[in-house]
Design a protein around this ligand. Structure first.
Ligand code: SF4
Length: 247
């Protein structure tokens, strides 16, 4: 059964989803340490293909060395690469950071713009990064779809789209605009803590009653398999006599 047959996201179901997420993740917020919009842009660029925890280990020294766009615009690439090496793709990220800082200085007087088009035109800043900055630095409703939201939204049947941009459009169509920012953080927390890519803990999931994938009503769009055949909760599987090799 396809998701759209298994689950219709009516306004009432969306409300139940939000209530469950509010209860499970009342303190969900941006996990990237930052003190101003500039630091958030830098941290978000570094977070590509890297964990937020790793980025947070790197940014204190980085911000000490390059505290503003003028300083970063004049950075030496080898020095910058050495500072951000552990975040991966460091050469590309270093080039983007310097290019972004130069663009801020040359086009925006050294300030991060709050306009979506101006933001996403900065080197290294695509739609996702722009949305993260808009929401967390300026409080502008936006719903950046990262790998966690992409996976969770598709499993919940909130979207059947195959690109983050289309999933974002589907989410924005069903979620009230004023709830985009908290929902963004809550779905990321949920993806990290419960709805993991390889081992979703459906038996312990506060969204199970709303999730056609977790209830086995359709195949998991992430793995292509039906989740009840996969491991859910180690405790539950042990109780059901599940094979040890799958726990
Ligand atoms: S029930 Fe399972 S697949 Fe659905 S959201 Fe929860 S952990 Fe993810």
């Amino acid at each position: 059964m396809a998701h759209n047959e298994a689950m219709r996201w009516t306004r009432g179901r969306v409300r139940k989803l939000q209530e469950a997420l509010d209860t499970a993740y009342p303190d969900a917020r941006c996990a990237l340490a930052h003190e101003d919009p500039f630091q958030l842009v830098v941290a978000t660029i570094l977070s590509a293909q890297c964990t937020d925890a790793r980025v947070n280990l790197v940014t204190p020294a980085l911000f000490l060395r390059y505290p503003d766009p003028v300083a970063l615009a004049g950075a030496s690439l080898p020095d910058l690469e050495a500072l951000i090496h552990s975040t991966g793709f460091f050469r590309n990220k270093a080039r983007n950071l310097v290019g972004m800082a130069r663009a801020l200085v040359e086009r925006h007087g050294g300030a991060v713009p709050s306009d979506p088009l101006a933001l996403s035109a900065l080197p290294g800043v695509g739609q996702k990064t722009a949305n993260v900055v808009l929401a967390n630095a300026f409080g502008v409703p936006a719903l950046a779809v990262d790998t966690h939201i992409f996976r969770v939204a598709r499993r919940l049947g909130l979207s059947e789209a195959r690109t983050p941009e289309k999933v974002e459009a589907d989410l924005c169509a069903v979620i009230p605009r004023e709830d985009w920012i908290p929902l963004h953080h809550q779905l990321i927390f949920h993806g990290r803590q419960v709805c993991a890519a390889q081992r979703p803990r459906c038996a312990d999931c506060p969204l199970l009653r709303l999730c056609p994938t977790g209830k086995g009503e359709c195949a998991d769009p992430h793995s292509g398999e039906t989740l009840p055949a996969l491991l859910r909760s180690p405790k539950t599987r042990a109780g059901r006599g599940a094979p040890a090799g799958r726990s």
